[in-house]
Structure formats: C-alpha cells, structure tokens
Design a protein around this ligand. Structure first.
Ligand code: ADP
Ligand code: GLC
Length: 481
C-alpha cells in the first residue's frame, strides 16, 4: 500500500476559491483504493462551509515552534466520500473572512500550516511515502523536510512532489522578514534556494527541493520553461525539466453531470440535449431578466475576474459583442475594473448582458448548462476546469490556445467535421472577436454542425480516470516500488 499525503490550502467541499479546490477535492477519490491510501491535510478556516465545520472530530493538540514563536496546533479529522481529511486548527492564523488576505500575513500563515502539517504526522500515526504539495502555500514543505525534520527517524526517506497550479503566485516577500518568520537558517537564503533576486520565494523553495515537480497540463509544463510564461522562474523550470511533468486535470463527473444535476432546471444528457438543454436557457433568461428568445446566441463566463483570464481582450471589443446582439452572462468576482466593466454593460444592454458579480456554485451550474457557448480567452491557463465543465454540459467552449485550453479544446474544422470548440492563437482582441463571430455563424446558419460539435464535446472524457493513473505511475516511479 502506498501512502500519499496531499497538503493544500483549499479543497471542495470544505473551502474553495478556484480550481485548486476542485482538484484537491476530486483527485484522491480516483486513486486505486487497493493500492493507495491517500489522505489530505487542510487548514481549519473559520470561513469554511458551516455544514462541515460542525462535523469535524477533534483529535488532539500540541505546541510547535515556528522561528521564535511557540504556536498552538489543533488537529481535527473528517471522513468524506471515503477519504480521510485532517484539519490544522489555529485561530490566530485561520480566522479571517477569506482563506487568503494580505500576502505578508499569508506567508506566515502558510509557513505555520506547512510546518504544522509535517509536525502532526507522528501524532496522527500516518507516515506518508510521498507528500504531495500544491502551490506556493505548501512550498516550504520540501524545504522543511530536508531541514530539521530530516534528523527524525520518522521522516527519513519521505519523498515530495510539488504541483504548480499557477506559477503566477509564488509567495514572495522580503528575505529578512521571511527569515524571521519561517525559522530557516541563512543557508537557505541564497539564489539557488529560497532567494529570488532580493526576496524570499516559497514556491521556488518547493521547486528546488521537491523530488518531482508537476503542473496541470502538458502545454503549461512546456510554456513555463519560456520567458513569457515562466514568471521569472523559467530558468529554474528548465533546470528541473527532467523531473518536470505535465498531467492534465480532470473534473468530478458526479458533481458535474447534466443528467443528475439538481441545481439545473432541466436535466439532460448526450442523447437528449437537442430537445432538453434549451429549457435551461429559457429559465436562465427569465431569472436574469434577459430577452426571452430561444434563438439568441448566449455566451457564458464563469471566472475569477483577473487579467489572467483574458478580460482585457473582452474589454476591447465588448461593445461590438453587444452590438452583435449576443446574450452575455457573466458570473464572477475579482478585480474592480472588470466587475465594473460588466456592471456597466449590464446597465447599457440590460436585455442582453447579465453581470452576476458574486460567487455561487448553483448559479455556476446554471450558466454551464444554459448557455450555447462558453468564453475563456485566457492570457495564460495552467489547465482550466471551466472549459471542461462547459464541454461536459454541451456548452461549446471558445478559448485561446494556451496551456490546458490548448490541450482540451479541439478547434472546429468545418471541412473535416471535427472539433469540440472554437479557438484562436494570438492574444489579440479582434482575433477573439472573429472567432466568436465564426462560432455565431455556425450556430445560426449550420445548426446541425453546431450540434455535432456538442456531440463530440460531450463524448470527450475529462473525468479523472486517465490522469489519476498518470499520477499513480509517477508515484510508482518516484518510490521505485
Ligand atoms: P482558476 O482556478 O484559475 O480560477 P479553473 O477554471 O481551474 O480556474 O477553476 C475555476 C473554478 O472556480 C471552477 O470550478 C469554476 O466553476 C469556479 N468559479 C469561478 N468563479 C466562480 C463564481 N463566481 N461562482 C461559482 N464558481 C466559480
Ligand atoms: C489554477 C489555474 C487553473 C487550474 C487550477 C487547478 O487556479 O489557474 O488553470 O485549472 O489551478 O489546477
């Protein structure tokens, strides 16, 4: 039996701000239970979903040194869908209204979390063969393991994997302050280790010290070795390219299933979407106060509203999109400039634009199920899960060919009658607009072709079955047994 420990800052169903939570909450269930005992450690946030917070079982607590501080570490536990989740409790660090806040504060929070996760293992009586770390918040784990923990018999031989879900976020702050908060000696603050230019960089520490590094699509694994996508770590990514692997994310096919989804008005599947899917569109038009019109091309967006997702392109041509008479449904929160952009166009084109500036699981499912197309013109995209959800719901993705979008959406080819969506190569607003218009043309004038695009998209398999096997192979390779 191989024992794997996931350490991450978020996971469904407990707490979610983005795709990381979807991945951490769904991948462990998909490992072969006969061969893998995969458990997960998360922070016990005050802001986690109430329905679960009350159900956590207290295990024990202890005190742990973090630099010059001695900190309380409470341990809680919960079994959920066959997986053991552990939670690290400390009200000083985890009582904010959101999981993340000010970066300087977050750095100390996640240094604490990383060290506490390792310190808790003997107490939990769980010695993992591999600690699988996710994103910068857990970047110090491979470093701590090589440092103080390596002296303890219990920790000898534990391997580490660092998965990069988004290289943009690295956990950076000035080295002096970080040194004082994390309890690592000067030895670690050189440019071949934690130091990056003049700052300390948590993710860099993880990348340098982990046995293997992975990221969430093959294309992104290549892209981050280039200057444009490398976020100043491309040199390091190239240096580690022999131990760098791209494994595509999947989505939870039970949670995201139009045939069983209780959030949507009308259930449907790959055989019935031609007749049934439209009922969701009608209901959403009504709910959002849009023109009641079966025929209007309805485009959805469900996203964090940040530059990463290509909103600068949309900003450039949104007037044209509205003039075309497209119905645009946006669900998202994030940067004020983009929130206000959509609010403005909602006001200006009230019957055809709907800006929903909030976070809602239920509404996200409604948008995936109701729209004709789903727009995701990202500047960069490590994997992207939203386009996979759209494909699953028979909503045709329109994407930029970058990262995981490139690996998951096959461009429509009218001569071959192939493809699952529409895509464009350059980060250029008019290239995007032309692609949207091409999709619109097929939608209005070649409905049978359009439906065949949906057929192919719904037939594509982006469940975890293939990718979970790839992680298993990687674990086997790393352990050598
Ligand atoms: P990222 O992790 O970069 O935000 P992904 O496409 O990997 O992008 O994952 C985004 C996840 O967050 C999806 O599950 C998507 O449905 C969800 N999501 C984003 N914004 C919202 C929102 N406002 N309400 C509900 N779900 C959202
Ligand atoms: C990050 C990326 C996104 C990816 C997700 C899960 O948030 O931005 O592309 O799908 O992590 O790996």
């Amino acid at each position: 039996m191989k024992r794997i420990l996931f350490v991450a800052s978020e996971s469904v169903p407990f707490i979610k701000t983005g795709g990381l939570a979807d991945v951490v909450g769904s991948l462990p269930k998909n490992f072969d239970k006969e061969e893998y005992d995969c458990r997960v450690i998360l922070p016990k946030y005050q802001c986690m979903k109430e329905e679960y917070k009350g159900k956590l079982e207290y295990i024990t607590h202890f005190y742990m040194d973090l630099a010059w501080r001695s900190q309380y570490v409470g341990l809680f536990k919960m079994e959920y869908e066959g997986i053991t989740y552990y939670f690290i409790d400390n009200e000083y660090y985890f009582s904010g209204p959101t999981p993340y806040s000010d970066i300087c504060y977050d750095l100390e929070k996640f240094a604490f979390f990383s060290r506490a996760a390792l310190s808790a293992l003997p107490v939990l009586d769980f010695r993992p063969d591999i600690v699988h770390c996710h994103d910068w918040q857990t970047g110090l784990i491979p470093v701590y393991l090589k440092d103080t923990f390596s002296q303890g018999q219990f920790y000898q031989g534990i391997k580490t994997i660092m998965t990069i879900h988004n290289l943009k976020f690295q956990g950076i702050w000035d080295a002096k302050t970080v040194k004082d908060m994390v309890g690592l000696s000067d030895y670690y603050f050189t440019s071949d280790k934690l130091l990056h230019y003049k700052d300390a960089n948590f993710l860099k520490g993880g990348i340098v010290y982990a046995d293997y590094v992975t990221t969430v699509s093959e294309t992104y694994a290549k892209e981050i070795q280039t200057e444009f996508y490398g976020e100043t770590l491309d040199g390091l990514m190239r240096a580690r390219s022999n131990q760098l692997f791209g494994i595509l994310n999947g989505i939870d096919y039970d949670t995201y299933n139009p045939a069983t989804d209780s959030y949507i008005v009308q259930k449907y599947d790959a055989h019935t979407f031609r007749k049934e899917k439209i009922k969701n569109k009608r209901a959403l038009q009504q709910q959002l106060g849009l023109d009641q019109d079966d025929k209007r091309f309805m485009v959805g967006i469900v996203s964090r509203l940040t530059g990463q997702k290509g909103f600068d392109l949309i900003k450039c041509v949104i007037e044209e999109i509205c003039q075309d008479g497209i119905q645009l449904v946006v669900l998202g929160t994030g940067e004020e400039q983009y929130e206000n952009l959509f609010r403005h166009y909602d006001w200006k084109y009230n019957n055809s634009v709907s800006a929903n500036i909030y976070y809602s699981e239920e509404m996200s499912h409604k948008v995936y199920a109701s729209c004709d197309a789903f727009l995701m013109p990202s500047l960069f995209e490590p994997c992207g899960l939203s386009q996979l959800m759209a494909l699953r719901y028979g909503t045709v993705p329109i994407v930029r060919e970058t990262g995981g979008l490139r690996d998951t959406v096959q461009a429509y080819n009218e001569f071959e009658s192939t493809g699952t969506g529409f895509s464009f190569a350059n980060y250029n607003a008019h290239e995007m607009l032309n692609t949207i218009r091409y999709a619109e043309y097929i939608y209005y004038n070649k409905k049978r072709e359009w439906n065949k695009i949906i057929d192919r998209g719904m037939a594509a398999d982006f469940s975890w079955s293939t990718s979970a096997k790839k992680y298993e192979e990687l674990y086997t390779r790393l352990l050598g047994w």
